[in-house]
Design a protein around this ligand. Sequence first.
Ligand code: GUN
Length: 295
Amino acid sequence: MEIINGKELAVTIKAELKAKVDKAVATGRRAPHLAAVLIGDHPASRSYVTNKVRSCTEAGFKSTLIQRPAEISQEALLQIVHDLNDNPEIDGFIVQLPLPEHIHEMDITLAINPAKDVDGFHPMNLGLMTLGLPSYLPATPMGIMQMLERYNIDIRGKNCCVIGRSNIVGTPISILLSRKATPGDATVMLCHSRTPNIKEMALKADVLVVALGRPNFLTADMVKDGAVVIDVGINRVEDASKKNGFRLVGDVDYDNVAPKCSYITPVPGGVGPMTVTSLLINTWKAYTGEIYPAK
Ligand code: GUN
């Protein structure tokens, strides 16, 4: 069994990006610039955004954090989005989800200029991805694909079982795994809350991607010997022995599942750090204009 070390891989990718940024800056160009919009004070969201901003610095990017209270009106948030769309100093930006209930997430996503949508959540980018055309890929699915690629895990013709059909992980990763591409060309089962026989499906899988947000959901009896297990869950469970009162666990019962696997991602230190580097890769692409060349 080999542990897929997302933390280490993320350090490598950030160093690769930093080398490219340094080269561009040495020619007189400004550094790539990512903006993040954080609404309210959801503790997990705050921690994710802090991480994104820190990673920008590590890769030599500029970052701007825009924070507003949860009571912000939809109109005011739309104005922030329009201003970021129009700001030539900003290459790409994200609006951290979830948003407060009175704001329609899709209205905000639709207002983002697809050329600056480095989260890859806009239907234009999701549509291009589905067609196999160049686009910004959503960060978590892209991070998973990078892990498979960099660990030389061949998924062509393999059975993949994705558990969870969210717009930001389950659905897009099911498309990427089955795309005519490398890595790709896999046969994909997409399981969700209405799938009656998840265990039966999971047992057929050479690769399992678990993204439903339930601690220890995937147990050893659901995993075929030699499977590759990608754990996307980041769940906070109470732990009085920790200074902050919680610890992070994935959606996989790691201790019992790991011995059966050929490869497995840990939590923390697996998919999470890769998600942040994917965002930087997209921001680099926004900066170079390789997805949406300037007209
Ligand atoms: N909330 C959870 N994951 C993400 C993400 O990748 N991007 C944004 N904007 N919000 C999120």
